[in-house]
Design a protein around this ligand. Structure first.
Ligand SMILES: [Zn+2]
Length: 283
């Protein structure tokens, strides 16, 4: 199964992206969002949109538009603060407000979650307890490799599994990996999707029977202003490369991908999945 997901966030809110005029980001997000919603409609696909609580409050029309088109909506935290920056109480508050803001707006219970920048790791796995407390049943926050802002490299699988922690259970849909030069890397979203040529991505998708994509409007926006600056212990040259490489061709690659393969939302995938047969991972 190929699962289509998008993370919807106000990237201007992060120090690194504070460029140009604040009023600029929403029309740019809207531009790609509209195009994507049209493409999904043409193909008859539903997708999952993980949305920030902040978006529900500052741009409610964006959330309503996604909801009206019948897509599955999940939480992407409240403020996009990387979870390892919080203590338990801070992480709980951010999770609670993030979920609540979207539920208030769309009038339905939110049961799916993705952490900002996949920032759940072995050190802050108590987040699963918090997610369970606020009604999350499905999570897609595990990036089972090393990563700049998170990564759960000792999570034992890159396939859907049941996470068991402190007596609670959550269905986990991790980001799938490929091994290149002995290193585990992703291919189905973010910088990796921008980096790899389309032919390579197509063969990775063909080879795998579980594909979890993760796209951001920012990853398609070639007109965005560029900043050459280090961030969170990363030198400027590396950060620049990771943030902007491949922006020019990425929307074209996305269009090819949804033409070449069939996609479903996380909700549809979850309805099809036989959870009785899946692995339980104790963390
Ligand atoms: Zn995000």
């Amino acid at each position: 199964m190929n699962i289509l997901t998008f993370d919807i966030e106000d990237w201007w809110a992060y120090e690194y992206y504070k460029l140009g005029n604040k009023v600029d980001w929403l029309p740019r997000l809207n531009d790609y969002l509209e195009r994507i919603l049209d493409i999904l409609e043409v193909h008859g696909y539903k997708a999952t949109f993980f949305i920030l609580g902040e978006m529900a409050r500052c741009a409610p029309d964006v959330v309503r538009k996604i909801d009206r088109a019948g897509h599955h909506i999940g939480s992407h935290s409240n403020s996009h603060t990387f979870l390892y920056k919080f203590d338990y109480a801070g992480a709980e508050e951010d999770t609670r407000v993030g979920i609540d803001s979207i539920e208030q707006l769309i009038g339905r219970k939110i049961t799916a979650y993705r952490a900002p920048a996949f920032s759940i790791s072995d050190e802050n796995k108590y987040i699963f307890e918090i997610l369970h407390k606020y009604g999350i049943e499905i999570d897609s926050s595990v990036f089972p490799a090393n990563r700049s802002f998170g990564g759960f490299n000792n999570f034992q699988t890159d396939r859907p599994a049941i996470v068991e922690y402190n007596g609670i259970r959550i269905k986990e849909y991790p980001i799938p990996m490929v091994t290149l030069c002995g290193k585990s890397v992703a291919y189905s979203g973010g910088g990796y999707f921008r980096l790899f040529p389309y032919g390579m991505i197509r063969s990775f998708v063909r080879e795998h029977d579980y594909v979890m994509t993760y796209f951001h409007m920012k990853d398609f926006d070639n007109k965005q202003e560029r900043r050459y600056k280090g961030w969170e212990r990363e030198p400027a040259a590396i950060r620049y490369f990771k943030t902007y490489y491949g922006l020019k061709g990425s929307f074209g690659k996305f269009q090819k991908l949804v033409k070449d393969f069939e996609f479903i939302s996380l909700q549809e995938a979850d309805n099809l999945f036989d959870w009785q047969k899946q692995r339980i991972i104790n963390i």
